[in-house]
Unconditional design. Structure first.
Length: 74
């Protein structure tokens, strides 16, 4: 989770990712943020986040993103 939080902080240092739970649905992360985030996550974790994974539920919180990463790692 620390690696994920560091990536998120690089993209949006103004957001408290440990507290926010509606990052996409409330527009805290926009489409440009998601594109950058997916690229960074794919590279950092050696995973492939595909189009079917690009749903708000997977990116609304750091916990949801961590869960997505763990699913992709298995």
């Amino acid at each position: 989770m620390d690696k994920l939080l560091a990536i998120l902080a690089d993209i949006r240092p103004d957001v408290d990712f440990t507290a926010e739970t509606k990052l996409v649905t409330e527009g805290i992360l926009d489409s440009f943020d998601i594109v950058a985030l997916v690229a960074d996550l794919n590279a950092a974790f050696n995973i492939a986040i595909g189009l079917t994974d690009l749903v708000p539920e997977n990116f609304d919180s750091a916990e949801a993103m961590d869960s997505l990463i763990n699913r992709k790692l298995t």
